[in-house]
Design a protein around this ligand. Structure first.
Ligand SMILES: *[C@@H]1O[C@H](CO)[C@@H](O)[C@H](O)[C@H]1NC(C)=O
Length: 328
């Protein structure tokens, strides 16, 4: 054996090299499938909620690369403008707009929808991406517990307000970013607004379950309309949403966890892949009411299959938002 071979066989050499290779392989595996199919989205009009950072921003970036006209619907207009300019600069696509949307205010949702419809007569894809996670008990402007209020009720109202334009544009798609966390949720039929008891994690799981139940109920109601709606789990992504969690919020933990994040969490770009798949894959043209993870269909939790609960949630959502849909 030559000297180099002997050098490589020394544990202090092969152990770190082996570890680094192993970590790279784990990281590669964690990133999951990527949506690599080429599509041309020129002329398509898309709305993405909550997209000044993280998965939402990566989603808009890719849509912009593919030529779409995108309305970035964000609460914070300063950050939204920064992201918009960055995306225009990176892609050369000037048809990227920002429009204020605060999903914790029904007045804001209504004015967003009115503004949008005064500017566009078409909407090909609505991506309900915005989400709030693991916050202390807070209320929306309309008195809804924040997590069910923003993640579900706000998007329920937004979607219903935009349904006529989606139908008029058919074939069109609605994409609902849910989470694996829906599996741990239940819909508290006697305390949907968490007035009797509140747990941050439970309220999040409830709101993500609501996303899946809403998707399945809406898909039924939209049968034959040419509008599809699908939900998805983006993967465990290193975004600000995760940093919002108390545990990860500790500065020291954040520092130590950088390399852990790097290996074990999806990047926001990888996190956007299943959303892009649901929004763009031509094969899904007639697919509705499904749930995707890692760019493929997967099964939902058992609580998400309960049609009675889905109906209860739908009717309750109509009452809360004052939005009676004419779809039955
Ligand atoms: C979707 O349905 C339409 C109408 O039935 C059909 O023309 C089209 O080929 C279908 N698309 C796919 C991808 O199956």
């Amino acid at each position: 054996m030559n000297e180099f071979g002997e050098f490589l066989l020394r544990p202090e050499v092969y152990a770190p090299i082996g570890t680094i290779i192993a970590l790279y392989l784990i990281r590669h595996y964690v990133q999951g499938r990527q949506f690599t199919k080429k599509t041309d989205e020129t002329g398509k009009v898309v709305i993405v909620t909550g997209c000044n950072t993280g998965i939402g921003k990566e989603t808009v970036l890719e849509l912009a690369h593919r030529g779409a006209t995108v309305y970035m619907a964000c609460r914070n207009m300063v950050k939204c403008e920064e992201a918009r300019k960055e995306i225009i600069k990176a892609t050369g696509n000037r048809n990227i707009f920002s429009s204020q949307l605060d999903l914790s205010s029904m007045a804001s949702i209504r004015s967003f929808a009115t503004r949008f419809m005064s500017e566009e007569s078409k909407l090909h894809i609505l991506i309900n991406n915005a989400g709030i996670m693991d916050c202390p008990r807070m209320l929306t402007k309309d008195g809804f517990e924040m997590q069910i209020g923003v993640n579900h009720m706000g998007h329920f109202l937004l979607t219903l307000l935009l349904l006529d334009v989606l139908k008029a544009t058919a074939p069109s798609r609605i994409v609902v970013v849910s989470s694996l966390a829906h599996r741990f949720g239940t819909i508290k039929q006697h305390d949907l607004n968490s007035e009797k008891s509140y747990s941050r994690k439970f309220a999040y799981a409830q709101s993500k379950l609501a996303n899946v139940l809403f998707t399945r109920e809406l898909a039924k109601r939209l049968t034959g309309s040419g509008v599809t709606v699908n939900a998805l789990h983006p993967g465990v992504v290193d975004t600000e949403l995760i940093r919002y969690m108390r545990f990860f919020g500790w500065k020291i933990i954040k520092f130590i966890s950088r390399p852990v994040y790097w290996v074990f969490f999806k990047t926001p770009k990888s996190g956007a892949q299943t959303t892009l798949f649901a929004a763009l894959d031509p094969k899904l043209e007639n697919v509705s009411g499904q749930y995707f993870s890692d760019c493929k269909p997967t099964s939902v939790g058992s609580n998400a299959k309960n049609e009675k609960v889905a109906k209860f949630l739908w009717e309750e959502s109509e009452k809360w938002t004052g939005m009676t849909s004419h779809i039955v």
